[in-house]
Design a protein around this ligand. Structure first.
Ligand SMILES: Cc1cc2nc3c(=O)[nH]c(=O)nc-3n(C[C@H](O)[C@H](O)[C@H](O)COP(=O)(O)O)c2cc1C
Length: 176
């Protein structure tokens, strides 16, 4: 089954990209890296739908069986880069799709606002944001990688996502 992971950090050296790349490598998930493939600011013009980056984004999410959104927490919300990417998408890509949410905060209690913000937006596109979620902080990373403990936490989220992906596949057979 196909998974797509989005790195919602616009920072090339961001921690969110580290976890997104870990998921892409370990689970052979397609990676949409917003630090590497920036999208224009959504303006609602039909012509934006012809841009290769927008077509690529829409096609990958449409074809995915499950999606992982990874976002930094910036000012108590998901990144503007991720929200802008999501504005190019809607229920035609996301309806019934299981989505896992991972936030990277600055420590302390940071991160939960970005998770709640992503969950609200996923409701807006009729996605199925799964209950298990994860907050990471600077100590979740070491030497440019995720720590062993973080890898285990991420793996548990992906295992849960896969359960929902299987459930969604079965549900689809009941409604065809
Ligand atoms: C503009 C900005 C706003 C931030 N706001 C928050 C915040 O509200 N809560 C928090 O926990 N961390 C906040 N941080 C810290 C980031 O979440 C933290 O540095 C995280 O590693 C960012 O992800 P990135 O490294 O992928 O960019 C903020 C950082 C920036 C640059």
């Amino acid at each position: 089954m196909k998974m797509v992971v989005i790195n919602g950090s616009p920072r090339k050296s961001g921690r969110t990209g580290i976890v997104a790349r870990y998921i892409a490598a370990k689970y052979s998930a397609a990676l949409i890296d917003l630090s590497d493939q920036p999208l224009p600011l959504y303006n609602g013009e039909e012509s934006q739908g012809f841009l290769p980056a927008v077509q690529h984004l829409r096609q990958l999410i449409q074809q995915a069986d499950g999606v992982i959104l990874c976002s930094p927490e910036y000012h108590n919300a998901m990144s503007g880069a991720l929200k802008n990417a999501l504005d190019f998408l809607g229920s035609s890509q996301f309806e019934h799709k299981p989505v896992a949410l991972i936030a990277v905060g600055g420590g302390g209690k940071g991160g939960i606002n970005a998770l709640n913000n992503m969950r609200t937006v996923m409701r807006g596109v009729y996605a199925n944001a799964i209950p298990r979620q994860l907050v990471l902080e600077p100590s979740s990373f070491a030497e440019g990688n995720v720590t062993v403990e973080t890898a285990e936490q991420v793996d548990a989220v992906i295992a849960e996502l896969k359960r929902y992906m299987n459930a969604a596949k079965w549900l689809k057979t009941q409604h065809e």
